[in-house]
Design a protein around this ligand. Structure first.
Ligand code: B12
Length: 239
């Protein structure tokens, strides 16, 4: 995605609007060469993050809590709302735009995705390309300000954007707190590089099975939400 046709005033309006609607972080990503069909028809993306309320994570030590699950739902709703408004604003500026949902919608629950635990587009790809953070040993986006305590959404677009500097390697260093704490023993403790297979970092099937079981036992809900690898990361933690 080239920067030369960027309308600086329109991009500033976009960024200000997204932050005004409640996003904690926003960035612009060049997707060329980073994604596969059908997503590769989109040259760029707006990546946005909403920070989790630290209070909702306080009780998350060895598994999920009702507070964390409620916060997960609140933030997903907020992200989907902000992404929808962002797409409308981009349309109004004369470009195409498509929001990608924060998480797997209810209508997909019985779909193919549970076989691969993977969907057509990963929000973390847009986020690292926008320079919002790196992928940690826990396979989550780690932002300098909030650590992994953010949830993400993306609006795919053909609007020319002043794209951020892509981050292509992990910055966890010697820390492997997530790997030690994971109740599923699913995290390998390996530093990320852009393009590395997810399975090198995390056993997604073990995570999914453990998270479903723990959430069912502790909160009485059928979903795969845990939060331990989010909660224990020291980056961006406010003591
Ligand atoms: C399916 C899914 C799962 C599955 C599989 C997890 C996984 N790691 O793939 C299960 C059910 C196990 C799961 C669990 C969790 N999930 Co989940 N999950 C998703 C979902 C819906 C799709 C992910 C997917 O397609 N994975 C396939 C693999 C290949 O991709 P990935 O690991 O997500 O991302 C890779 C690429 O982005 C790549 N990448 C990054 N930058 C670049 C750049 C280039 C150039 C290239 C080539 C590649 C590349 O590296 C990443 C790491 O492998 C996303 C939402 C979305 N659409 O992104 C949420 C999402 C990834 N989940 C999220 C969270 C928080 C969780 C949990 C903590 C549960 C919870 N809420 O408590 C755990 C953590 C698991 C873990 N440590 O990985 C958040 C992550 C937020 C963050 N800070 O990063 C997301 C983004 C949802 C959201 N809207 O915020 N999840």
């Amino acid at each position: 995605m080239s920067n030369y046709r960027v309308n600086a005033a329109a991009c500033a309006l976009l960024e200000e609007s997204i932050l005004g609607w409640g996003a904690s972080l926003v960035g612009f990503a060049d997707l060329i060469g980073a994604v596969s069909p059908p997503i590769s028809e989109w040259p760029g993306a707006v990546s946005m993050a909403v920070a989790l309320d630290p209070a909702a994570l306080e009780g998350v030590r060895d598994g999920p809590t009702a507070d964390y699950y409620n916060e997960y739902n609140r933030v997903n709703r907020a992200l989907n709302e902000i992404a929808g408004r962002t797409a409308e604003l981009i349309y109004g500026l004369g470009y195409r735009a498509e929001p990608f949902p924060a998480t797997v919608p209810e209508t997909w629950q019985a779909g193919e995705w549970t076989k691969t635990l993977s969907v057509a587009f990963q929000h973390k790809t847009a986020a690292t390309r926008a320079g919002l953070g790196w992928v940690g040993k826990n396979a989550l986006l780690i932002t300098p300000r909030f650590g992994p305590r953010v949830r993400l959404a993306t609006v795919l677009t053909d609007m020319p954007l002043p794209v951020g500097e892509s981050i292509t390697a992990g910055r966890c260093g010697k820390c492997s707190a997530c790997a030690r704490a994971c109740p599923a023993h699913a995290i390998e403790g390996v530093e990320w590089q852009a393009g590395v297979d997810r399975d090198v970092l995390v056993d997604a099937r073990a995570c999914w099975e453990s998270a479903r079981c723990l959430l069912h036992e502790r909160v009485g809900v059928d979903n795969a939400v845990c939060g331990v690898c989010v909660s224990v990361c020291p980056v961006g933690r406010r003591e």
